[in-house]
Ligand binder design. Structure first.
Ligand code: HEC
Ligand code: HEC
Ligand code: HEC
Ligand code: HEC
Ligand code: HEC
Ligand code: HEC
Ligand code: HEC
Length: 408
């Protein structure tokens, strides 16, 4: 079903081979820092509505992760306690003056949250909490794509800082991607071309829905699609899911948008270009990994869970990729380091054509792309070879480690 076959031969760069087989490579001088922090976003792009007065597909809700590693020789230690991890988004410090979300949050969710505070209680700066799976997280950050100086920027950089015993011991910058470029207006118009003039694009959508499905949404604004359609990110149920409903119903309508990549009619977008990574640079588009609208609408797919996997295409020998049944974003490699810590967020697999995505790798190792420089985490280059896979004791049980080395 997916259009994978023509990508089956994935080559290996000479440089990567050199790194992995232990040939001397120009590692930058070891940093004197004792701790390193790597930041990444769970989705690679968060969509939100700009205006919540009529319809809501998705609220502002960005989820930022960080992995904190104490640099050591052979065995860097993944820190899950004993430090404070905080984040700020310089230049993007308010949201309630940029979207009317807070005017409608009570209608939409039945809860009231203070302006600039998101649905899980986090603001535009704050502290991260341990996930229990090797990293730290701040969920539901209500960031918008509008900077404080009014510039539109879907790739603002967060600063993440690690403090131990009152001293800042590590910092990094990671993108908090967000966009409201959802172009329903390419086809849903306010004119009377469909027999009815509507006051807004959202009203056209609601009146179409009412006419086709005998609902009365147009008189119930603001309408949250999640009230009746399952949306896993919002934890709601309801058949058909919004994903099945939207992709299925629109699959035969896409010609009207006349786009090179159909997906950009509703996903961000013609301007934002949320797919900006090494795959984009190699000429791939959404369809190469996800299939087309009909594939995404396949009733046997579970939305938000059955997604493409790196090992659909990559099969480098000796390497392991995602854990079985686990999304890329939740998977770990190399002794418990999260895949995204070394490779970046989904759709932003480094090197990215978007400079902001490359800032972290350049700061840590002097070049963009995969974190492939041992001394980012090890104080000196280990003698042993680089193991890409997660060990079965990936949860860092020190006692097991000692036992294993005693036996060797
Ligand atoms: C490529 C054109 C196109 C785009 C883009 C598009 N729509 Fe539609 N949509 C249609 C057409 C055509 C209809 C059918 C209208 C009719 O029969 O009156 C429709 C109908 C709908 C309906 C009515 C329910 C149904 O049976 O389909 C909803 C709801 C809807 N669209 C939501 C959206 C939303 C939300 C977006 C943006 C995220 C969007 N559409 C983007 C073309 C489009
Ligand atoms: C009050 C409940 C309700 C709300 C709220 C609601 N829908 Fe629906 N929707 C339905 C029902 C019922 C159907 C028809 C389902 C069927 O035929 O199986 C439907 C069908 C659809 C379809 C067509 C599915 C298909 O396969 O033809 C689309 C697209 C859709 N909804 C999109 C939306 C969007 C977008 C929103 C938010 C703006 C929304 N709905 C809000 C109840 C709702
Ligand atoms: C007509 C609008 C529209 C178009 C066109 C569209 N999408 Fe979507 N897509 C949506 C909406 C709305 C959601 C959010 C559903 C939710 O919140 O659960 C979504 C969610 C998704 C998801 C996450 C949920 C899931 O099913 O796993 C994937 C993946 C996805 N789209 C892929 C694509 C791809 C690939 C294309 C192009 C082939 C595409 N979409 C085109 C509207 C669209
Ligand atoms: C190189 C393969 C690849 C390409 C190209 C690609 N995706 Fe994805 N996509 C993935 C993977 C892998 C995931 C699962 C990521 C995860 O959650 O761990 C995913 C997940 C998603 C999701 C669900 C949110 C999430 O991150 O889980 C949406 C929505 C989505 N993709 C839309 C798109 C759209 C739209 C495009 C084109 C603009 C696109 N994808 C291009 C591989 C790809
Ligand atoms: C649909 C197939 C497909 C999927 C799915 C896919 N890739 Fe790729 N990937 C490719 C192709 C094709 C290239 C570029 C050609 C090449 O390097 O041979 C590539 C290149 C890369 C590169 C650069 C490799 C190098 O040596 O230059 C990295 C890193 C990478 N992918 C990581 C990932 C990750 C991480 C995932 C999962 C989130 C993923 N890929 C999912 C097909 C895929
Ligand atoms: C400690 C850093 C690190 C971690 C963690 C890591 N990788 Fe890698 N990965 C690398 C390096 C180094 C390479 C080889 C250089 C390259 O291809 O960019 C690589 C290569 C890859 C490739 C390209 C393989 C090919 O075909 O050439 C994919 C795909 C990939 N990794 C996916 C993953 C996935 C999935 C995870 C998590 C299960 C993961 N990586 C965890 C560092 C890492
Ligand atoms: C992003 C951080 C990171 C990078 C980059 C990294 N490592 Fe590691 N490495 C770790 C962590 C964390 C461990 C786990 C130590 C433990 O199990 O206690 C580890 C463990 C190891 C071990 C096993 C040590 C033992 O005794 O169990 C070896 C060997 C190793 N790394 C080699 C390498 C090589 C070679 C490179 C460069 C190609 C590299 N690593 C790059 C984080 C990293």
């Amino acid at each position: 079903m997916h259009n994978l076959r023509r990508f089956l031969t994935v080559s290996t760069s000479v440089l990567a081979l050199a790194v992995l087989s232990g040939c001397p490579t120009p590692n930058p001088p070891a940093s004197s820092n004792k701790v390193v922090v790597l930041g990444y976003n769970d989705l690679g792009m968060h969509c939100m509505n700009e205006d919540f007065s009529e319809i809501m597909i998705l609220p502002p809700y960005n989820t930022l992760h960080a992995q904190v590693i104490e640099r050591r020789g052979e065995e860097p230690r993944i820190l899950q306690s004993g430090v404070t991890v905080s984040y700020t988004i310089p230049g993007n410090t308010t949201s309630s003056d940029k979207t009317n979300f807070w005017d409608y949050v009570e209608d939409l969710f039945g809860v009231s949250v203070d302006p600039d505070v998101g649905l899980t209680g986090n603001g535009l700066s704050g502290t991260m909490v341990p996930t229990g799976t090797n990293d730290w997280v701040a969920t539901g950050i209500p960031v918008t794509p509008v900077m404080d100086n009014d510039d539109l920027n879907p790739y603002p950089l967060a600063t993440i800082t690690v403090n131990r015993s009152g001293e800042d011991v590590a910092t990094t910058q990671a993108v908090v991607p967000v966009s409201w470029e959802i172009s329903c207006n390419l086809c849903h118009a306010t004119d009377a071309s469909d027999g009815q003039a509507d006051a807004s694009v959202a009203m056209d959508i609601l009146t179409d829905h009412d006419r086709l499905h005998s609902t009365t949404l147009a008189s119930q604004t603001p309408v949250a699609c999640m009230e009746c359609h399952a949306q896993a990110p919002l934890g709601t149920t309801g058949d058909p899911s919004l994903s099945h409903a939207m992709h299925g119903a629109h699959a035969s309508r896409m010609a009207a948008a006349n786009l090179q990549v159909d997906c950009y009619a509703c996903h961000p977008g013609q301007v934002t270009q949320c797919l900006r990574d090494v795959h984009y640079a190699n000429g791939m588009t959404c369809v190469d990994c996800h299939g087309d609208m009909t594939d995404v609408a396949d009733p046997s797919r579970q939305p938000w869970a059955d997604e493409p996997r790196c090992d659909d295409c990559h099969n480098k020998s000796g390497f392991e990729f995602e854990q079985p049944g686990t999304l890329y974003r939740d998977s770990k490699g190399h002794h418990g380091v999260h895949c995204a810590a070394c490779h970046g967020s989904p759709h932003a697999i480094t090197p990215s054509v978007e400079d902001a995505d490359n800032v972290q790798a350049i700061a840590l190792q002097g070049h963009a792309g995969t974190i492939d420089t041992c001394t980012v985490c090890h104080t000196q280059r280990p003698d042993d070879h680089f193991d890409h896979r997660l060990d079965d004791d990936g949860d860092e049980d020190e006692d097991d480690k000692l036992l294993v080395s005693a036996l060797q």
